[in-house]
Design a protein around this ligand. Sequence first.
Ligand code: ADP
Length: 386
Amino acid sequence: MEFMFLRQTLFIYDNPVSDTFPTVGIIGAGQLARMSIAPAEALGINLLILAQDSNDSAAQIANHIVGDYRDLETVLSFAKKCDVVTFEHELVPLSIIKSLEVAGIVVRPSSQAFIYSQDKAHMRERLANFPAPKSYVATSAAGVSGYPLIAKAISGGYDGRGVWKVDSEDELSEIMTQLGRVLIEELVDFDYEIAVMVGRSPHGQATTWAPTQTIQKDGICTMTISPAPALSAELSEKAQKLALDIAQEIGVVGVMAVELFVKGSQLFVNELAMRPHNSGHWTIEGSQTSQFEQHLRAVLDLPLGDPSMTAPLAVMGNILGQDNSDMYRPYLHLMARNPRLKFHHYKKEARKGRKIGHVNLLGDDIVELTQEVQHALDYMSGEVDE
Ligand code: ADP
């Protein structure tokens, strides 16, 4: 009997066709796909990635196909090799996602939900019953009033690109000349920004992580603190309820970031991202279940994991590329200085200002954690040398 068992085990090992473990296809091969590889591997889930180039962050270390996500034939033949298809960026044309659905491919999140992370005007319209900055679409600067205000590209913006604080009609006219159509928003004089990460499965099971404060510099998130330290318990619950309600309302499947402004006891929904997100990077060490594992569980309709924190506080710092970045050399000094610092490198070309990695630090003293993370960032960028 023992022999039979051994043969059977070997048979399964040698013959992946009989493998019952599904294949998740991820369109996009950046750092979000890369950070999904470790939990997929732990769970035994197969990943197949559609990369633009074999040197892309995730393609360096995972099964992938090189092809253009804007080409239907390419995406369709990729999708046919997968049990479920998901995304790591918002750039996949909606028409392609709809065509996959028509072809019977399981796409999560679906086109019906995904549109709200691609199109800010649709999102504002759909979430009209949720608290948000007052907004409308304008096609001409004439008739727009209430400066200063915020103008946004309706789709395609990221890291603050595509968002402008506008002080006058002349400034708005200039933006209009480029874009033709923008979303005009009331400028909210908020106290700080938070993000609530939520995971939701096709069964409708949903979980949230502790709300995270996101600290931005020049439109780019530089640090996150979880749980958001200034947020009262009452407001934290309200924010998580809001995120869960939005997830249910639009029927999202997978992990979603709900970005919010906090002003006094008011919350305003800023935007949605339907994928693991920078504001959830702390969950890799800071939560029982990381956002990357939760996303895989959710898109496969597996029961969701426990999102509770592994420490009272988690601080994350984004490492931005410099002209001559070498992230490896600083390891020696930083690891010796603080053995609790956790480093994540994306193996991307270090263009100036580009997110190339992050550090996580867990503990219970907010001053110590933020100082240590800031020191690590400053040391990496060469601003301090000890
Ligand atoms: P992106 O697509 O680049 O993430 P966002 O819509 O999140 O664009 O806007 C980027 C940043 O611009 C926000 O994090 C916030 O700091 C600021 N911002 C956006 N909308 C408003 C608003 N209505 N009022 C005040 N600040 C805003």
